[in-house]
Design a binder for this molecule. Structure first.
Ligand code: GRF
Length: 202
């Protein structure tokens, strides 16, 4: 069985990327090959993580759709993981890889998602809402923002003395678990069954 070629798109520290790298190298996701790692900006630590694991990596401007499309094609990309990727994918890329693009969001979608809900802003909104539970959601990417079918979600408690930062840290750890499970499903061809019965991890 040929390996599932997974491109990983990042914009920052790459802790989600690292979780997927560890899962592939550790045999949890045996059917995937991670290449390339593409950042939309220079100098992010996620690129260092790729280098350390000898994974081809490059910076591609979010507006350079042709370069992004040709780069993915040149690596025979089968699927794409948005691991803390902060740019919006061009519609041409979404249609080319329809049903094969996974995003990780640091909240329980459909709540606290959509335009403006990213990074610390998500957790500030959760705290302001008084919700006692938050978490992370891995979903398929469609042409909306954080609106595609949910595949896996994981919950975390919101504690009375939480700050946005302490909640972000707790959610980020859950993101790693949720993303790895969703990426495994993508590489193993299980996405359709997860779409019908999304997983909730405690
Ligand atoms: C984090 O805020 C995470 O919630 C979101 O992207 C940001 C950076 O994640 N998914 P990473 O450490 O770069 O994976």
């Amino acid at each position: 069985m040929s390996l599932f070629n997974l491109a990983v798109l990042i914009s920052g520290s790459g802790t989600n990327l690292q979780a997927v790298i560890d899962a592939v190298e550790g045999g949890i996701i045996p059917n995937a090959r991670l290449v390339p790692v593409i950042s939309d900006r220079e100098g992010v630590f996620g690129l260092e993580r790729a280098k350390k694991h000898n994974i081809d990596n490059m910076v591609i401007n979010k507006n350079d759709t042709a370069l992004l499309h040709n780069t993915l094609k040149s690596y025979n990309t089968d699927g794409i993981v948005l691991a803390g990727y902060l740019s919006i994918l061009p519609p041409e890329i979404i249609s080319t890889y329809d049903g094969k693009i996974i995003n990780i969001h640091p909240a329980l979608l459909p709540d606290f998602g959509g335009k403006g809900f990213y990074e610390i802003k998500v957790h500030q909104a959760v705290l302001a809402s008084g919700e006692k539970v938050s978490g992370a959601t891995a979903h398929l990417v469609d042409n909306g923002i954080d609106t595609g079918p949910v595949l896996v979600r994981g919950t975390v408690p919101v504690l009375p003395d939480d700050t946005a930062e302490s909640l972000q840290k707790r959610v980020l750890e859950k993101e790693h678990i949720v993303l790895v499970r969703a990426v495994k499903a993508l590489a193993d061809g299980e996405v359709d069954s997860l779409k019908k019965n999304p997983l909730t991890l405690q």
